[in-house]
Design a protein around this ligand. Structure first.
Ligand code: NDP
Length: 481
């Protein structure tokens, strides 16, 4: 069986412990490869390599950095098929989704930041005839980048690409649950001619490798995407060391549907925003609020359409719902379905493990689940489930639905469906979220700020915001008189 390797100082290496963790294919419920069980000794090597590479990389002209980064983008595109296959096997997501979303977006991340760096500029502030100030935007040093399992290569590269383009060196850790495409990326980086030590990828557990990166004194900047609890832990370690921190955390996003919406567009998009990637996208709309006049119609149509979604073999084009990422995650989701029932909810469809026959019978498949009859403030409606489970609730008034929408500790994304432009703007202004999609979902322009408020995170990724994070501004003041 294949053994994944760390990528340190330009080479593919085993971990110092020589120990491995099983890598499970969730679509079959079987071990299919091994992940290095790295620890702080491997992180030490990676940080040393990154530190040594930093002076040269940070002074490499941005045009040259850009060329290498664009080469990585091109290699991802050339290897789209193999990377999509690997992502689908590792994560359980449908191959169709990996091919159309995950891998193209990973290439776009490199492409976008490889070109954006050529246009990034700092400010100058004139003090009339007394002095002139200019701002130097300098790379920070070794950036620690830690990412989750739900969109493995997509989110991993969303951090690495701007960090490298801005002139930092990187020590990165993908989720140990889905390490394969990060490993394949290290091979592509070698092919692209990325100088040794500029990017280092250390595989292994969060509590060992992740912790060691966050706590390392020579890593002054941490970019993390993952759960809110882990984010709080990381902030607790990094803040007293005065590290720069970007935290992209959990969500419990509202999908607000008014009676005057374009019904067909809303319904087909709501199927996607509820169940894409088995509901394991931090931006999925898991709480659906429907204006009362169309509640019954929506409920019937939504349940009927959801029941038609084919669940199973992620490599079959007919499948719309693949496997969830792991057995423990599947069990966690099912616990929430039980909780919803205890809280008085009615399961309108799904609510259990899907029965799949043949080769995929041991995989972790769940039926897409719709629950109604719950209060907006019960645990099911307040806690992140991160699976193919949504709740539906009627509302009568705008103020009422805003109160429901804003009632959680989270504030990542939201969707609003209405043809009334004034109402749409009003809701957008008053909703507590980093992103408001009006009459759409997951429409992304990479120049826009991306991130959440409240317990959904601190800071913004995307566009030049990412360069602002991955550089340190320095004010230079010159007296001219
Ligand atoms: P986790 O928080 O469990 O893990 C995220 C990453 O952090 C993994 O690589 C993990 O390693 C690592 N990690 C775990 N413990 C530590 C630690 N003590 N120190 C440093 N690193 C650590 O999240 P999941 O992987 O379960 O991802 C799902 C979560 O991510 C959801 O809450 C989801 O909402 C959120 N998310 C947020 C997004 C956003 O943009 N706001 C986007 C996508 C997901 P290991 O795998 O070994 O545990």
């Amino acid at each position: 069986m294949q053994k994944i390797k760390n990528y340190i100082n330009g080479e593919l290496k085993e971990s110092i412990s020589l120990q491995y963790i099983d890598n499970i294919d969730p679509s079959r419920g079987k071990v299919y490869s091994f992940i290095p069980d790295s620890d702080e000794r491997d992180v030490e090597l990676a940080v040393a390599a990154a530190k040594a590479a930093f002076p040269e990389w940070s002074l490499t002209p941005k045009e040259k950095r850009s060329k290498i980064i664009l080469k990585i983008a091109a290699l991802i595109e050339e290897n789209l098929e193999a990377l999509a296959q690997a992502e689908s096997i590792d994560n359980g997501k449908t191959l169709a989704l990996a091919k159309t979303v995950d891998i193209p977006r990973a290439a776009s991340n490199f492409h976008f930041y490889g070109t954006a760096i050529l246009h990034y500029a700092a400010h100058a502030h004139s003090m009339e005839d007394t002095a002139i100030n200019y701002t130097l935007r300098q790379p920070v040093g070794v950036a620690g980048c830690i990412s989750p399992w739900n969109l493995p290569l997509y989110l991993f590269t969303w951090k690495i690409a701007p960090a490298l383009a801005a002139g930092n060196c990187v020590v990165a850790k993908p989720s140990e649950v889905t390490p394969m495409t990060a490993y394949l990326l290290s091979e592509l980086c070698i092919k692209a001619g990325l100088p040794k030590g500029v990017l280092n990828i250390v595989h292994g557990y969060g509590h060992k490798v992740g912790n060691a990166i966050v706590a390392h004194k020579d890593v002054p900047l941490i970019s993390f995407t993952g759960g809110t609890k882990t984010g709080a832990h990381i902030a607790g370690v990094a803040a007293p060391m005065f590290k720069k921190l970007s935290l992209e955390l959990g969500g419990k996003n509202p999908n607000i549907i008014f009676a005057d919406c374009d019904y067909e567009k809303m319904l087909s998009t709501t199927i996607h925003s509820s169940f894409s990637n088995q509901g394991q996208i931090c931006l999925c709309g898991s709480r659906i609020f429907i204006e009362r006049p169309i509640y019954e119609k929506f409920k019937n149509d939504f349940v009927e359409r959801t029941k038609k979604l084919e669940v199973g073999n992620p490599f079959d084009e007919k499948s719309k719902v693949g496997a969830v990422v792991s057995k423990p995650h599947m069990e966690k989701i099912l616990t929430y379905v039980d909780l919803a029932k205890q809280e008085g909810g009615t399961v309108l469809c799904g609510g259990k493990r899907a029965t799949i026959t043949g080769e995929f019978s041991e995989g972790y498949y769940l039926e897409p689940t719709i629950i109604e009859g719950l209060a907006y403030d019960c645990r099911t409606n307040q806690e992140e489930i991160f699976g193919p489970v949504v709740t539906i609730m009627p509302f009568d008034k705008e103020e009422e639905v805003l109160m429901y929408a804003n009632s959680t500790i989270y504030g990542l994304a939201s969707s609003v469906w209405t043809q009334d432009i004034t109402k749409a703007h009003r809701i957008a202004q008053n909703i507590h979220a980093g992103i408001v999609w009006i009459n759409c979902w997951l429409l992304r322009d990479l120049r826009t700020p991306f991130g959440g408020v409240k317990s959904s995170g601190v800071g913004r990724e995307g566009g030049f915001e990412a360069f602002d994070f991955f550089t340190e501004p320095k004010n230079v003041c010159i007296k001219i008189k």
